[in-house]
Design a protein around this ligand. Structure first.
Ligand SMILES: NC(=O)c1ccc[n+]([C@@H]2O[C@H](COP(=O)([O-])OP(=O)(O)OC[C@H]3O[C@@H](n4cnc5c(N)ncnc54)[C@H](OP(=O)(O)O)[C@@H]3O)[C@@H](O)[C@H]2O)c1
Length: 253
């Protein structure tokens, strides 16, 4: 695999993944919507292996492009520049943030399939969405480490999935292949494998504010490949779409 990874969207999650990539020896090319000058601090923080450019130039710079921005902007992605590339879909659809998309609300398709529809020349693989950006960084472990966690992954192209599995391996995670993009609802926001297993057992009696804080500051838990398989197998396509704290565990007001 090329030693350069491109990023479109470098906020919380994108920058955490870029940090892991740099630590694993990759060069990284960052981008966002406001322009490379607004990423100067991120580039400085990541060091000599990082630079920033526009989304289209970032897409041209690497074979593997991590997309980590609000899902509502997915149709602004530069499809031509991304043709021939592996696109890692590290996005969730949140109706409150992204606006209601009826096809998704009615579960006629998945957000990753919509992304693939916008990028017909790319090979989309969904992963890196199931833990928060803070733990994404702190939970990474080298291959074979007893406390290494696994992340689910879905995609339609086996070779692309193999490349992304290699990337996950390099940055500190095992990968569990959960199927095609049509199956990606099994690891979307609000499903059993999302967020909570990587945090651990929530204390009882938290109110909304405490629960929200605990999700980011609570302990981390190791989630092995077998557990990811179990949890993605337990997912159902019922209930509301998106991530709601009170759907994860009981919280007071
Ligand atoms: N944060 C997490 O822990 C976490 C965990 C799992 C999944 N996710 C998913 O990851 C995605 C990013 O979340 P985040 O928390 O990292 O968000 P964030 O901190 O708000 O960062 C969003 C990034 O996307 C960029 N962006 C927005 N519109 C763009 C466009 N049209 N073209 C290029 N870049 C654009 C923003 O740059 P500008 O400001 O320049 O627009 C910013 O760099 C979301 O889909 C979220 O659901 C996040």
């Amino acid at each position: 695999m090329s030693r350069t990874i491109a990023f479109i969207g470098n906020g919380n999650l994108g920058t955490a993944i870029a940090r892991l990539a740099v630590d694993a020896g990759y060069d990284v090319v960052l981008s966002n919507s406001r322009g490379p000058e607004t990423l100067a601090d991120a580039v400085t923080g990541l060091g000599d292996r990082a630079r920033a450019t526009t989304p289209a130039e970032a897409a041209r710079a690497a074979g593997l492009v991590v997309v980590s921005m609000p899902f509502h902007a997915h149709d602004k992605l530069p499809a031509e520049a991304l043709a021939g590339k592996i696109v890692v879909d590290a996005m969730h659809y949140f109706p409150d943030r992204d606006g209601r998309i009826e096809e998704l609300e009615e579960r006629r398709t998945t957000s990753s399939e919509l992304l693939q529809r916008h990028l017909p020349g790319s090979r989309v693989v969904k992963t890196l969405v199931n833990m928060d950006f803070l733990r994404m960084h702190t939970s990474a472990r080298r291959s074979g480490h007893p406390e290494r966690s696994a992340l689910p992954l879905t995609g339609d192209d086996p070779a692309a999935k193999a490349e992304v599995t290699g990337f996950l391996d390099a940055i500190g995670y095992d990968a569990v292949d959960v199927g095609r993009l049509a199956d990606s609802w099994r690891h979307e926001a609000g499903t059993p494998v999302n967020v909570l297993p990587y945090v651990g057992e929530p204390p009882e009696g938290m109110n909304q504010e405490q629960a929200h804080e605990w999700l980011f500051t609570g302990p981390s838990a190791v989630v092995g490949a077998g557990r990811v398989e179990e949890l993605t197998g337990q997912a159902t396509r019922t209930g509301r779409v998106g991530l709601y704290l009170e759907d994860l565990f009981p919280v007071g007001n």
